[in-house]
Design a protein around this ligand. Structure first.
Ligand SMILES: [Zn+2]
Length: 458
């Protein structure tokens, strides 16, 4: 099945055709490293990690370049460092390191390139000079601004008209702007702010410009996919398009604009005052990273997602079931088999992860069915297929025995609870299945008057 992706630019689901199938290129806006990421930031990380895995599967590992930047110069960073009373370098180094840990814990592979804004200042200055030379930008009072009316197509990605754009900007129109919608490419730095020498004095780049310069440097002026959260469509991505297309008028810049939907938390907009503001590192103290990942993937990426801790608990139960299936592998060979069709087709249809996950459940069903029938060869095929399905989604990457040990007694208690519920529902087949699965892990159950107790017999 061909790959289709929804393109924000055309507002339609389109057949994905890379510029060069031997070099498929995707750029995703990465974190501004001033604070630890929250679960809302984790959503695009996981979504585009799945897309990168799918692209590698389709075009080959070496044919895909996934670039995700780190913004390490920004006013938020300057303000936070001042607040914390620490150096900017200390703050950005620590936050970037924490980011890498969190991303790995939720199963995201490192991108192929991870450019840092501060390593690309000369490219940014060159791009600004180019935009000035072409008549799309102008210097004023130590600033350089992009002149929005110089680009007739401006606003096409977000679908905003000029009045809407100006209405948003009017409150803070600076006197040096030629047009109220003009935005900053370069701004002056005082002595205590990070700054670089430039033709316009000591200063620093605007955020939008950073991504235009870094994507050009690592993927070229035309590339395939640009991704990010829907909150970046305006102004960030609109401005990236303006800069990159005006600097390189003969190039397409990104051809497919892919955006994930908003994330709410416990039914409301996430906010520190509501107590529903979850950082990934805090959630990881309570849940395995794969459970967070699965909870995020259960909603289609374009839909709004309501993240709840109950949802993570549910995801964890599902993973327990998948890992119980994997634990039935008698020699633990870890072979990876054929990816089930529904998983591949689901992902190829605009990353339909809910559909793909039905394929993972079906693969687990097939494992338990083969086990029940005593079909040893079928069991091995089914387990390998389950593993392949998980791998494309970045799930089931742990050794099942380590998964359950890491889970500790809590998982065993949860299984006993599930077995009690099954018995109450007179689903004795499921109750026996759980007893057998626990038995396979060396856990022996004893049903007594006071309830069920268990002991480990290894
Ligand atoms: Zn960006």
């Amino acid at each position: 099945m061909n790959l289709h992706l929804h393109n924000t630019y055309t507002r339609t689901k389109e057949l994905f055709e890379p510029i060069d199938p031997a070099s498929v290129r995707m750029y995703v806006c990465g974190p501004t490293v001033y604070d630890d990421i929250h679960i809302g930031n984790a959503r695009p990380l996981v979504v585009f990690d799945v897309l990168a895995r799918l692209l590698r599967h389709r075009y080959g590992k070496d044919a895909v370049t996934y670039a995700r930047n780190i913004t390490d110069v920004d006013d938020k960073i300057i303000d936070r460092a001042l607040e914390n009373g620490e150096g900017i370098d200390v703050l950005t180094a620590r936050t970037a390191a924490n980011f890498h840990v969190a991303a790995a814990e939720i199963g995201c592979l490192p991108p192929d390139v991870e450019p840092r804004a501060t390593d690309h200042i000369p490219q940014m200055i060159a791009m600004i000079e180019d935009l000035i030379a072409k008549g799309n930008a102008y210097a004023a009072e130590g600033h350089v601004l992009f002149n929005v009316p110089s680009m007739p197509d401006y606003g096409k990605l977000s679908g905003r008209n000029r009045d809407e754009m100006i209405a948003g900007a009017r409150v803070e129109v600076a006197p040096y702007k030629q047009d109220p919608s003009d935005f900053v490419l370069w701004k002056p730095s005082t002595d205590d702010q990070p700054g670089w020498d430039s033709p316009w004095g000591k200063g620093r780049p605007g955020w939008h410009l950073e991504c235009s310069a870094m994507s050009k440097e690592h993927l070229g002026a035309s590339f395939d996919i640009h991704g990010g959260g829907v909150d970046l469509v305006f102004p960030h991505h609109e401005n990236e398009i303006a800069q990159s297309r005006c600097a390189h008028p003969d190039e397409s810049f990104a051809r497919y604009w892919v955006h994930n939907g908003y994330l709410m938390s416990e039914g409301e907009k996430m906010s520190k005052s509501l107590g529903n503001f979850y950082t990934v590192s805090d959630l990881l103290k309570e849940f395995p990273g794969e459970a967070l990942r699965l909870a995020l993937l259960k909603t289609h990426y374009r839909q709004p997602l309501d993240f709840t801790k109950d949802g993570v608990r549910e995801a964890r139960q599902e993973l327990n079931r998948f890992y119980r299936a994997l634990a039935l592998d008698p020699d633990g060979a870890g072979d990876v088999g054929a990816i089930p069709t529904v998983v591949l087709d689901g992902l190829s249809d605009d990353l339909n992860t809910p559909l793909a996950l039905t394929g993972v459940h079906a693969a687990a069903d097939a494992v338990f069915a083969a086990e029940k029938e005593g079909d040893a060869a079928g069991l091995m095929v089914a387990i390998a297929s389950l593993r392949a399905a998980g791998s494309l989604l970045g799930l089931l990457e742990h050794d099942p025995h380590v998964w359950f040990q890491g889970d500790g007694d809590e998982a065993i208690d949860a299984l006993i609870e599930e077995r009690n519920a099954a018995r109450a529902d007179k689903d004795f087949a499921r109750a026996d299945e759980i007893r057998d699965e626990l038995d396979a892990q060396g856990i022996v159950l004893e049903d007594g008057a006071g309830g069920t107790t268990w002991r480990r017999e290894n």
